[in-house]
Design a protein around this ligand. Structure first.
Ligand SMILES: [Ca+2]
Ligand SMILES: [Ca+2]
Length: 328
């Protein structure tokens, strides 16, 4: 007997085949959708990653204080202490690279604000080999319209700012120093960076070691001593050129980190700041009234030019003994 139509089993088989075919098509379709919709998702992830890790939004953000950059620095080779020096293209300033290290900051034999001695880790940075000179500061003033510093009252050195280009700029405020650094795309060193650059990690008293500034009759820095007569014995009544006193350089090769002019640092000053025991790249208190100055000047005695010695002044104060050196 011939069947004019399919029986129930055939219908089920047919339905099954249709279902299987449809299932296969659906799977391929879903697979295609997943494949093509994955690319936009992947692109979104890549864009998000780019923006988060250094895309345009972050390129304008300042780098962390102590992350020295090689951009705009021309390597000059190693100095006699084995540290690499660079010429900063924009300002012409010579910077010395100081690698990340820890050192003992402060002195238990010094003034109350130098205690307690404490271990500090400083990230790698660059610091000026010399104090900023009149010549370098004049380029900044002429480029920006910033006023020339008032001539300090140095007898016999009239027109100090214009006639003594290789001497340190003096009579500058902390605000002046910061403006110079902003223009040069540099910055002031932190107090910790300054002290590490001045003494290294062997707890020395002065940049050159532990001998007194005039031990053996050789002067290692420009200071005042105990009288106007003694002040001249190092060869200079007031300031000296920034690149003399080879015997007084720091373990990294920096000149005049003892004496000549006081050097403004970035930090607010707080007498008991060391008691806070900030051990990792300290940046100073968040606010204050005075800014830190370090190193002593041509107006100080031997005690005043010790590397651990701390002083401070109002950020708008200027004197013939105030100068600075930049960092990066
Ligand atoms: Ca002197
Ligand atoms: Ca100095």
């Amino acid at each position: 007997m011939t069947h004019c139509c399919l029986d129930n089993d055939d219908t089920s088989d047919m339905m099954m085949m249709i279902m299987v075919s449809l299932g296969g098509i659906m799977k391929e379709w879903i697979r295609s959708i997943c494949f093509f919709s994955m690319w936009p998702l992947l692109m979104i992830c890549l864009i998000a990653l780019y923006c988060g890790k250094g895309g345009p939004e972050n390129q304008n953000k300042p780098k962390p204080a102590n992350q020295g950059s090689l951009k705009g620095l021309i390597p000059l080779g190693k100095n006699t202490q084995g540290h690499v020096e660079f010429r900063h293209e924009k300002s012409g300033i010579i910077l010395i690279k100081i690698s990340s290290d820890s050192f003992i900051m402060g002195s238990d034999k010094g003034d109350a604000d130098e205690k307690p001695m404490h271990n500090v880790l400083v990230n790698g940075f660059f610091i000026g080999k010399y104090e900023v000179s009149n010549e370098q500061y004049k380029i900044f003033c002429d480029s920006t319209g910033h006023s020339y510093p008032k001539s300090p009252n140095f007898k016999g050195m009239d027109d100090y700012f214009l006639k003594y280009p290789d001497y340190p700029v003096a009579n500058v405020t902390w605000e002046d120093a910061r403006s110079f650094c902003d223009w040069a795309q540099l910055r002031l060193p932190t107090e910790a960076e300054w002290e590490m650059a001045a003494r290294g990690n062997d707890r020395r008293k002065y940049p050159w070691g532990n001998d007194e500034p005039n031990a053996g009759g050789t002067y290692r820095c420009n200071l005042f001593g105990s009288s106007p007569f003694e002040a001249k014995l190092d060869g200079y009544q007031y300031t000296s050129p920034v690149n003399v006193f080879d015997s007084g350089i720091s373990p990294f090769g920096c000149y005049a980190m003892a004496g000549n002019v006081w050097e403004w640092c970035a930090d607010w000053y707080l007498a008991d700041y060391y008691a806070w025991k900030q051990n990792a790249d300290p940046q100073g208190p968040e606010n204050g009234t005075d800014r830190v100055m370090r190193g002593g000047s041509w107006t100080n005695d031997g005690d005043g030019v010790r590397t651990a010695n701390r002083d401070s002044s109002w950020p708008v104060e200027h004197m013939g003994s105030f100068g600075f050196r930049p960092a990066l």
